[in-house]
Each structure stands twice: as structure tokens, then as C-alpha cells.
Design a protein around this ligand. Sequence first.
Ligand code: FE2
Length: 317
Amino acid sequence: MSISPEPTVILPSEDHFPAIVEASKDKSLPKFLGENGDRLAEFLSSTGALLFRGFDVQNAYAFDAAVEAYGAENFRYAESLSNAVRVNVTDRVFTANEAPPETAIYLHHEMAQTPIYPSKLFFYCEISPSQGGATPICRSDKLIEHLQKVKPDLLAQFERKGVRYTHTMPPHDDPASGQGRGWRSTLGVESKEAAEDRLAKLGYDCEWHDGETLRVTTPVLDAMRTIADGRRVFFNQLIAAYRGWADDRNDPSRSIAFGDGSAIDAADMATAISLADDLTYDLNWQAGDVALIDNFLVMHGRRPFEGKRRVLASLIA
Ligand code: FE2
């Protein structure tokens, strides 16, 4: 892969995951991304994750400038159906998740539990945690390869039936939960009627519960996808929902089902989780790191941490 300006970058083989791009002489990430965007996109589509290390990215504004220079369309949090509580720092940049440090966020493809999702994700580490706080990343195509060997029937069921997710939203944002975004913010509405209307248009079922909480079940969504080069990927949020959608309102064991409403076997989920864990690489952040992740190819999460940690995100449509 030829890149310019030489020799700004050290790229390992395309099999390396994540591929680490190290700055040498020229440390301007906006310049590097601006000049190499097409080649990096091509490279990203094969390996799934790139880590830019040693570039001069001092703060959220510098990160914003780098993403802007990459030149792809912004996917706005405000307009998404993400269930995470996030705070915008700039139009493009927001906090990755306001959930408390002890909360683990398990492997998922970003917003794959909704009908609207980004194609790529940028992360930026402004403050690296003193302990823990890695971003686990896992190649979804590899997970499918392994699952195909041990659970072909499970994959056939996912393919045939799809999946549905159920979760209960609070009326207003609850930052104590990893899935605490309130229904007003999630749906961009103020009234219950408007919420019902929006959900109906999106094909969701919904039910009001005490305290103005809203239980929603998605339409049938694909549990797998085939990406442009023919690889199959485990594009869903099954692991994150089943392991982690736990708070005062939600029981994770009831968060997922096949598209026909039938239960997904717990032993099958345990196999998928164990295989994914074996394939996971922990991205241990250094301040100034920027990562670019192909959301169709790679799942991500967040390890619990201690101390201060600030990882920001920016999404590409
Ligand atoms: Fe995420």
C-alpha cells in the first residue's frame, strides 16, 4: 500500500488486527487522513480496524478536525436510535457512553439493534484510564467462520428468522445505565402520542409501564449480513444485549429473541460469547490515540475502568 507523505506511517500486513499506523515525521492527523482517505478506506475494509498512534491530537477539536479531513458524511447521535446516553462536544464528536466506570459494555456492532446504523466509527482517547478501560474489538467475519463450524444450525436459524430486541426506556436520560437514553431523546419527541407515532412508523411494538417508562420491541432485524466482498458477518447486538442490558428496568435474559418470538437457546449464546471472547483484541488506549473501525466488520465494547477515562466518538454515515 503506498501512502503519502512517506514515511509517516508504519503499516503491518493486512492481516494484522488492528493495523497500527504510527506517525513519524509529520504528526498531523488531518493532513494524513485527508491525503490517504481512499487508500485507508480500502485497507480498513479488509482488516476492519486501524489505530493511529503518535499523531498530534490534543483535544476534541483536533479530533473533530481529523474526522472532518477524512471527509465522510457525519452520522449524528441526536438523530440516531442509540440507547446510550452521550453528550455532544462538537457537532461531530460526542462522549462514547456516560455509563459509570464499573459498567462493562459488551461486544456489539454500533446500533445494529436499530434499523439505522453508521458504517464506520472513529474513537479518540483524550484521557487514558489508569486501570482497565480498554476497548475490546472482535472481527465479526471470524466469529461467523467459527460459529459455522460448531453451530451451523444456529446460524441457519438467525438467517431464516432474524432477531428482535426488547428494552425499556426511561422518560428522561438515566446516565447510571449503559442503555439509559430516555424515550424523548431517543425518538426526538416530547409527548407519548408522538413517541407512539414515531415507533409505529419504524415498525416497533411498544407498551407503556409505570413511571412513564416505555417498553419497545424492534421490528425483525437481520442478525447477519454479507459485506461487499462476500464475507458474512455477525452484524447484531445479541451479545451486548444478552450480557449487558441490565438496569432497574431491564432483564438482559429477556432482551433478545428470534424474529418469530421464539427463544434463543442459552447454551447457543454461551458458545457465541465464548468464541467472540477468544477472538477479542483489547485496544489499550494511550492518550492521543485515534481508532477507525469498520462497523460492519468489527464489533466493539468497553471494559470497566478505574480513574478518569475520556474516550470520544464520531460516527460516519
Ligand atoms: Fe458502541
